[in-house]
Design a binder for this molecule. Structure first.
Ligand SMILES: [Mg+2]
Length: 423
């Protein structure tokens, strides 16, 4: 029987904001809308909660996420901010920053992939992981594994970003379990406890039973799991068509344990348009290497090696060329990717024309573990690269760089350079 783990961040966007800005910790905040903001945090701490002009522009928005402090005061998701402010006048409204949340999502997905056999991202702040093999097939192992995952999340996403974890034999139950204890919960439901556990949960917590279905069930006399179990399957099928099976099974803690892994990319590529045209071969190679490092890093994060390398060059006059090569051995290191591309590029490059854009991409991707035999000679290198990747995951790109790429523009990426493109 499978063992599925469901992980769900608590007050996700608000926690990420509080993690990023310690002055917001302990304060009731709501994330709403998108855009720039300036908050008089000092005033907020003194209780005067001065609303700046920018704050006023959020008066008409809706609460996307409320911090735990705001939730305690009764603020709820999807409430108008004006309404939330009535309940909690000192609440600060923070505009959403999707980039920041996306970065944290990438980090926790990477952590899960290190532990689980298969991972399915369910939303920005939720994921399922099949840990059947990883935990040795028993629930004690699963509990220990969950604690390790939690510790790594605290380390790599920040300890203010807490998660609730549920572990059970299928996805429905695992999600119901994580839902049952917030914040920072760990709820384990072994198969023999499943039926009883479901009985204790309100129907409103069932993933897949929305408000409309809940009302419909109410009309049929089912207001709880116990009363829902009284309804025969035939009635549910008549009322809800084939969805009736799902409802019938949910009430008994049954469900699918099959994860739908998010699709593998067909290729991973990065390109860069330079702020000024490059007219020097060394400079062109350095930038190619920095790009290839970026591609290789993204590839390793998704546990792939490349068997094909492609690239293109655009000149200042918008002429240029593309190229493609099949590699003899699968590549995992940015240096190898760059050198493979450079072998072709150097014979054709016309630096006099001034290079405006370089793109490099890896395709023919194979799973990293799957080609082990090919990798005996490269195993040590792979380990070293993975160790560097962990440093990058923790401190952000730009924390380490090859000496030879120090003079490239890519180190400015962290401050938000707009010329680069990922595909
Ligand atoms: Mg959540």
């Amino acid at each position: 029987m499978a063992i599925i783990l469901h992980l769900d961040f608590n007050s996700y966007f608000a926690s990420v904001e509080q993690q990023a800005n310690p002055f917001l910790r302990g304060l009731p905040i709501a994330v709403a809308g998108k855009g720039r903001h300036s908050i008089d945090v000092a005033a907020a701490h003194q209780g005067s909660a001065r609303i700046t002009i920018d704050q006023l522009s959020f008066q008409r928005s809706v609460v996307t996420t409320a911090s735990r402090e705001a939730k305690r005061r009764g603020v709820k998701t999807a409430m108008g901010t004006w309404q939330a402010r009535k309940i909690c006048p000192e609440m600060l409204v923070i505009p959403g920053d999707p980039q920041k949340y996306g970065d944290i999502t990438k980090r926790f997905m990477a952590i899960l992939r290190r532990y689980a056999d298969v991972v399915q991202q369910f939303s920005t702040d939720e994921a399922f992981a099949d840990i059947t093999c990883a935990c040795g097939g028993d629930y004690l192992g699963a509990t220990i594994l969950a604690q390790s995952i939690r510790a790594e999340i605290a380390l790599e996403c920040g300890e203010y970003c807490t998660v609730s974890i549920g572990i059970a034999s299928n996805k429905f139950l695992a999600k119901l379990a994580s839902e049952s204890k917030k914040p920072n919960g760990l709820t384990v439901v072994p198969p023999h406890e499943a039926e009883d556990f479901v009985l204790t949960r309100p129907l409103a917590d069932f993933c897949g039973i929305g408000h409309r279905i809940e009302k419909h069930l109410e009309r049929l006399g089912a207001t709880s799991v116990a009363t829902l179990r009284q309804l025969p399957l035939s009635l549910l099928l008549r009322e809800f068509k084939s969805y009736g099976y799902f409802i019938y099974n949910s009430a008994r803690g049954l469900g699918s344990d099959e994860l739908e892994p998010n699709e593998d990319p067909k290729s991973i590529g990065n390109s860069y348009t330079f702020p000024h045209n490059l007219k020097n071969e060394q400079e062109i190679y350095r930038n190619l290497l920095a790009l290839a490092d970026r591609v290789a890093w993204r590839m390793r994060k998704q546990n792939f090696v490349a068997t094909h390398i492609a690239g293109y060059v655009r000149y200042g006059d918008f002429g240029g060329y593309g190229f493609h090569r099949r590699c003899q051995d699968p590549l995992i290191d940015g240096l190898d990717i760059a050198n493979t591309a450079w072998e072709i590029m150097k014979t054709r490059i016309d630096a006099q024309k001034g290079v405006r854009l370089i793109g490099v991409s890896a395709s023919g991707l194979l799973p990293l573990g799957g080609s082990d035999s090919l990798f005996d000679s490269q195993r040590r290198k792979t380990r070293a690269l993975k160790a560097l990747d962990q440093v990058t995951d923790k401190y952000g790109s730009g924390v380490w760089q090859r000496a030879s790429t120090l003079q490239t523009n890519f180190k400015e990426r962290v401050s938000g350079w707009h010329y680069d493109h990922e595909s």
